[in-house]
Design a protein around this ligand. Sequence first.
Ligand code: CDP
Length: 231
Amino acid sequence: MSDKKIIIAVDGYSSSGKSSMARALASAIGYRYIDSGAMYRAVTLWAMRHGMVESGNVDVDALVMALPEIRINFRPNPDGTQSTMLNDEDVESEIRRMEVSNNVSQVAVIPEVRHRLVALQQDFGREKGIVMDGRDIGTTVFPDAEMKVFVSASPRTRAERRYKELIDKGVPATFEEVLENVVKRDHIDETREESPLRKADDATVLDNSEMSVGEQNEWLLSLFNSIVNAD
Ligand code: CDP
């Protein structure tokens, strides 16, 4: 394998499996993995705890004022996983709850929130050797990333995967609410003004509807190898 360190951007629809494949690739090649969605989820959790989200409506002015108080980071755990830290508190499980999923896209449309998190994400990539997944990584955060992948699958397939994941983790959810959430977030993410979810022109598309986890991980690793060994 070449020693050249690159930036890898994995974007795509909610619950498309991009986080698991991005994480697996990072661990296979010894890169750092950053889940940018976790950062939007952590800001959303903070806003919810501070009474700034009422039945899907966000108090934008109050949240924007409070942004300097919100510190987000990632902490590696001894078992190889990593936890999302919100002001030094491990919120990894809490940010995956349905209540957070139901509000996160409304928080992620706020330009000031995006500017702050994008700057933080760019900082993480300064040394390269990073795999980051999200919605706008290949378009806005790292437009010059050497490897860009855009992951897609049908809404039903994605909702089935997310439902199974939540049930396995003991997070309460019904299939119908998960499907509704997936479709709604797709819509908000694709139609927002500030860095909407969109495939970068130079991204490689992966539709993994019919692929196993092993197959998609192999696909990603061989794309990586072809890019780092190209020159
Ligand atoms: O895990 P899942 O794919 O369902 O979502 P996520 O990656 O945890 O992201 C949660 C939400 O954060 C998305 O639905 C987007 O609204 C927002 N997000 C974003 O706007 N930009 C990113 N780079 C990552 C996430």
